[in-house]
Design a protein around this ligand. Structure first.
Ligand code: 6IA
Length: 138
């Protein structure tokens, strides 16, 4: 399975522990194109040009079988990737940590074309991933 994992980078950055736990779990299902984004979150990400990042990510997104997005921290990039994925008919799981200081955008939370799930503990998020990826429609 080829999985595109999306999470906020410049849009604030998700916490590293959550990022790593999600990526580690996703890797049990196959290739995670974006496994490096945890290390980049909140750190320097200017070693590669924005143009290169955009082109590579779009290529990966197009090639993916499923998209898992952590949406607790608002991110223009993640929102853009979710919109593209939806247009391309990909199944998208959006994971939102309940009680986050940012309310989830209505453009994500109100979209019936996406699978949007709230979680409190990381283990809950991992079970939600299992439910999503074990679905036979993939
Ligand atoms: O607007 P944001 O920066 O929060 O957007 C985050 C989303 O855009 C993530 O889901 C990524 O897929 C994508 N993205 C943004 N910046 C990068 C990036 N920079 N690398 C990969 N994906 C990115 C670091 C480059 C690194 C190789 C040095």
């Amino acid at each position: 399975l080829k999985i595109y994992f999306a999470a906020s980078i410049r849009g604030g950055g998700i916490d590293q522990e959550t990022c790593r736990a999600l990526v580690r779990h996703l890797k049990g299902y196959g290739v995670v194109f974006t496994e490096h984004i945890c290390r980049e979150a909140g750190g320097r990400d200017d070693r590669v040009s924005d143009e290169k990042i955009y082109e590579r990510d779009i290529r990966w997104l197009r090639a993916s079988d499923a998209v898992v997005a952590e949406v607790s921290v608002p991110s223009l990039g993640v929102g853009y990737e979710i919109g593209k994925s939806e247009d391309w008919g990909k199944r998208v799981l959006c994971l939102y940590r309940e009680g986050s200081s940012n309310r989830l955008s209505a453009m994500i939370g109100g979209n019936k074309g996406l699978v949007v799930k709230g979680y409190r503990e990381i283990d809950e998020a991992l079970s939600l991933i299992d439910g999503f990826l074990d679905d036979s429609r993939l």
